[in-house]
Design a binder for this molecule. Sequence first.
Ligand code: SF4
Length: 254
Amino acid sequence: MDHLSCSQMNLYLHCSLKYKFQYIDGLPKPFKSSGLAFGSAIHSALAWLHKQRMNGNDVSIDRLYRIFGADWYSQMTDTDIHYSDSETETGLAIMGKEMLSLYFVRPHRVPLGAEVRFVLPLVNMSTGEKLDVDLKGFIDLIEKDNTITEFKTSNQAMDQNSIDNHLRLTADSYAYEMLYRRPPSLLKLVDFVKTKRPKIITLQTQAKELDYERFFHLASQILKGIRSGVFFPRKSFMCKDCEYAGPCKAWRGD
Ligand code: SF4
């Protein structure tokens, strides 16, 4: 193991057994949840839009729809999609377009970077202690005023407290400081909420030195857990969309 990512850390925290099935055992996933497929198609379309804007290209909303549609339908052909009770293929395709048109007309600055990938040492900035794995990830969007933005799709809007303690935003802020030798001016989370009438909620925060320290210790403890083979099932709302419900049964004694 030579790196940790935020999605690995989040997965280990939510259900360490699912982490084991996915990252240690490499079990194939028999399906993908509609929420995951939809989020991925929205992310692809946004990344494309930001890269076009970064290069000074004029973009039409119809092209943006096509990029979204191409990703959305290619996922249908690649894998079996499991829809939650209230979602359908057509309904989500329409909702995706509605969300993208809401975002498309928002005022924007020229991006400095879109999907900025990084592999960086994991260091405790206060003590200089370093873990023997790197932090790997990418920042969705960096604007010219040093604002970092992450995008997410959800069923329910997040609250300010969740944003202030958001692992991914802390990791992005840390990576930005390591890459550019200055702190970002602002961290933003743009949440595409899948309500009947879709809406976009933007929340803002800033990372402090203490957040970096908390992140470092969390990464260090997660690493210890993984290396010591500490894996156990954790029943939660995630179970209904879990691709590993079958192998998990033996662990849960269901
Ligand atoms: S079904 Fe639930 S407890 Fe089992 S691996 Fe999946 S998320 Fe974890």
